[in-house]
Design a protein around this ligand. Structure first.
Ligand code: TXA
Ligand code: MG
Length: 336
């Protein structure tokens, strides 16, 4: 199969919608990362099964269903808590995914056998146009091969999906750069299962927020986690990634010292000047979120064997950066 990349336009939206109606898989831009989309309501789950196949995704890792508004949400769920209504009002369309008890309309293939469904309304104009044109919700995980860094450009999607899907809609570089915040509701509290573009701080204006332990602590083997995605190795380039718990000049000196006896070493520093082994991952949490996955892919292109990353700030979107980095680094932190 040849994979075409088409710029977001009225024509390409129509073509994407037609392929999706014909149970095919299409890569679409969102404000977080690119998604690999299929019709979430197709009875045979033709496209959705194809998503699992082309990504190499474990069957028990459920997909997020993307809607264009509340009207599309209601039939998918049996209950919408008040707090979810308030959060949707404030943060949709945007990078917030909420977990609801699922209705019979949502297949077990999507929910990975759980009795809940994860739903979000994206902010991206391209994503919304495609969903509206389809008239049905789209199940869409990130459009990377399972285990690889999520794609933030159409070119990243092409790297992973060339020959596997018919069409990639190119909406430019993703604004947020890390996946959506995933929350569920328990005992009247908002529980963050995966940190993302909507911060815990922002959510806390709407209720008590608990950040799930699995966000920053490695789950034990066989331990049950609320968000199945958290137990898999993730976001990994070919290089060995380490987080270095040092900043500024201390980080620099540590990296330079290691580079003296190690070949193919790259260092990602916050707001550093790009020279020698150093790449700049951005001076603010927002910039770091936008650049992280792209830099991990670039490290592969440059043939890095080791990637040392400066410990990010953990507040705001920084928590999402830290969460993704911990997984890319298989939880290895070097204390200097
Ligand atoms: O920003 C995003 O959310 C992107 C774009 C494409 O929208 N999508 C995305 O999907 O990141 P994916 O499949 O890569 O991640 C979905 C996460 C996984 O960690 C999965 O375990 C969790 O959401 N999830 C999905 N359904 C769930 C459910 N019913 N209960 C708990 N966690 C769920
Ligand atoms: Mg993913």
């Amino acid at each position: 199969m040849t994979t075409r990349i088409e710029k977001f336009s009225r024509e390409s939206v129509a073509e994407a919608a037609e392929l999706l109606a014909n149970r095919r898989v299409v890569a679409i831009p969102t404000e977080t990362v690119y998604g690999l989309a299929a019709n979430a309501l197709d009875k045979e789950m033709w496209g959705v099964r194809e998503i699992f196949r082309v990504k190499g995704r474990p069957q028990d890792n459920p997909l997020i269903v993307h809607v264009s508004g509340m009207k599309m949400l209601r039939p998918l769920v049996t209950e919408i808590p008040d707090i979810a209504l308030r959060l949707a009002e404030r943060f949709w369309g945007g990078p917030l995914t909420m977990i609801f008890p699922k209705s019979a309309l949502v297949s077990d293939v999507i929910s990975g056998g759980l009795d809940t469904v994860a739903v979000r309304m994206p902010a991206s104009e391209a994503a919304l146009e495609i969903i509206k044109k389809c008239g049905f919700p789209l199940a869409a995980p990130s459009a990377n091969l399972s285990g690889k860094p999520s794609p933030t450009t159409a070119a990243h999607v092409y790297e992973d999906m060339n020959g596997k899907i018919p069409l990639i809609i190119d909406g430019g570089e993703c604004n947020v750069g890390v996946e959506s915040t995933v929350v569920c509701f328990k005992d009247g509290k908002i529980r963050v299962l995966r940190p993302g573009g909507i911060t815990a701080e922002a959510l806390s204006e709407y209720g008590e927020v608990e950040v799930d332990k699995a966000v920053t602590v490695q789950p034990d083997k066989g331990e049950k986690v609320l968000s199945p995605g958290m137990k898999y190795k993730h976001y990994s380039p070919k290089a060995d990634v380490y987080i270095v718990n040092a900043h500024g000049e201390d980080f620099r000196q540590y990296c330079l010292k290691r580079a003296r006896y190690e070949n193919d070493l790259l260092a990602l520093g916050a707001g550093v000047r790009e020279e020698g082994i150093f790449l700049d991952c951005g001076g603010s949490p927002e910039l770091q979120a936008r650049r992280l996955f792209s830099l991990l892919r670039r490290a592969d292109e440059l043939g890095a064997k080791t990637v040392l990353v400066e410990m990010p700030q953990k507040g705001g979107v920084g928590l999402a950066v830290y969460n993704r980095l911990l997984r890319a680094a298989a939880f290895r932190i070097i204390e200097v």
